[in-house]
Each structure stands twice: as C-alpha cells, then as structure tokens.
Design a binder for this molecule. Sequence first.
Ligand code: ADP
Ligand code: NA
Length: 327
Amino acid sequence: MTRVLSGIQPSGEIHIGNYLGAIKQWVELGERLGREAFFCIVDYHALTNPLAYDPATLARRTFEAALVNMAAGLNPEKVTLFVQSHVPEHTELSWVFTTLTPLGDLTRMTQFKDKAAKQEAVWSGLLMYPVLQAADILIYKADTVPVGEDQVQHIELTREIARRFNALFGETFPEPKALLNPEAPRVPGIDGKAKMSKSLGNTIGLLEDERSIWEKIRHLPDDPQRIRLADPGDPERTIVFTYLSYFAPKELVAALKEEYRKAGIGTLVVKRILFEELMKTLRPIRERAEELKKDPDYVMDALLEGAKRARAVAAATMEEVREKVGL
Ligand code: ADP
Ligand code: NA
C-alpha cells in the first residue's frame, strides 16, 4: 500500500456508520501514510440528486463534513484533506472514463438500482456516480480505497475502468483495492435496515445531541421473540448487541450476551451500557469539534492547502491522460 484515497458526501450529518466503516480506518492510514493519504469531501457527488440538496446549505455541509473528520482524528497537517470540487480535474477525467464505460456496467450497480427505484425521475448523475468515483481514485493513482462494504462494487468497476484505459492507451493506472474495516463493514440503521445511511434517515450522528442519541438507542428494536423479561433472549436477534460490539470491550459484550441469554437482564440495561460506551467514543470527538468551530479559518485554510497539494498530483495525471488519449 503506497497511496490511499477515499471520500465522503456532504449530504447530511456524518454518522457512526461512516465513522466505523470509513473514517476510523482513514485516521489509522493517515498516521501511517501522511500526505500519501488523500481524503476528500465529495461535493460533486452530493449533487447527484438535485431534489435532495439545498444550494444554500451545501457549502455549510461541506465545511461541517471536513470539521467532523478533523474532530474524529484526521490531521490535515499530516494527510491530504480537501474538497472534491476544488480540484476540477476530477470531472475532466470522469468524462474520459464515461467514454470507456458500457452503459450496462452502470445500470447493474446495486446502489444505482436501489436509489433509482425510489425516484420518480432518475437523474443521469446518479447513473454516472461510480464513474466520477473511479476518477476520484485513479486521478491520484491510489492503490487502496478504505470504504464500507456498500462501495465494494464501485471499486470493482474502478478496476475495470483502469484495466480498459491501460489496455487502450498503455499502462497508466493501478488497479486499486477496497479496504474494509473487518469489525464493521456494514453498520445497520437504527430502524434495523441493512445499512445506516444519510439518505435513509436512520442514523446516529457523530455530533448529534446526547438526549436525541439516547432516545434513538432507547427505541432500538429488541429481540422480537422475547415477549416477557423472563424469556431467554437471543443477542443475535437485536442490533443493540451489534452496536454494543462496536464500542464496548469484548469481555463486557460477552458477559452481557450471556446474561441476556439466561434472561438475567432486560434490553434496557444493555441499552444504557451501550449509550455510555458509545459516548466514550463520541465525547472526545465533540470536544474537538467545539474547538474547531471556534476557529473556522483554520478549517478553511487547511482545506485550501489540501486542495493545492491534491491539485498538483491531479493535474499531472490529467496531463498524462490528455497526451495518451490524444487531446
Ligand atoms: P452515506 O451512505 O451515509 O451517504 P457516503 O456515501 O458519504 O455515506 O459514504 C462515506 C463512507 O462511509 C463510504 O466509505 C461508505 O462505504 C461508508 N459508509 C456509509 N454508510 C456505512 C455503513 N452503514 N456502514 C459502514 N460504512 C458505511
Ligand atoms: Na453511500
């Protein structure tokens, strides 16, 4: 692994699914790779549903996404953290890649099919989303992409695009690999749905109000087959234990599971412990966020500095691509 890239959409509040699936790994990789770790707030991606974003708040959300990432431990003085649209070469490369991508490869993407099924009008930006993502990654010639499981299919497409480009125009791009957090590749939503996602409104936000978080935890679905407190419970049948395993020490999780199976404890007790353990992770992030909010210029300057470094790399790749393609 020599260079990583990953991104996050400024399309809503950053949540524990983003943190566990992506950001936590970013922080670790940033420590190891420094400036070779590229992370971007993908605002072009957030445009892919014009009805779901508000032009007046997009810039604020982009800023907040950067701030939350810094609060969660990404040090912009070490890594390369930037805003996607500050490096317009992403869209330029993306166009070249659309000309190399069969339509069928895009219409079969699971995320496209899921999102398109919910929309009355399907915007072509939604269809092209994975092509832009391929450009985000390949413009830096990144070999590793730390993401959640939902993105694995898109990374596979990125590899195909790289292979096709290399076959047609000569060896240019690496074939990057997805890197998952084995402990939390896909965090379920608070509604029990398979995936927590900004667009599904089933999230626990990293900076969400404590009371609001507790209310969400309190209402998490219990083991549906445990009717009375005296019934033995099955920890595999409630996401309370799934969440607990992300934040609590292993021994504590094992002990609580055992009690739950013996009907020794109710779910409410486990929920209280989950809340406490979760807040142990979230409190320091909030404290850093409060500090950063006092100094917005620091955040903005860091992003501009990051974009400068990113753009130097992106422009060099684009020059190479133009020459190879004949532009
Ligand atoms: P969202 O789906 O909430 O809009 P993004 O598309 O911005 O999130 O994804 C940012 C990163 O967070 C990606 O690497 C994605 O795979 C990861 N991610 C998003 N939701 C989850 C989840 N529920 N579990 C694990 N990782 C996730
Ligand atoms: Na997503």
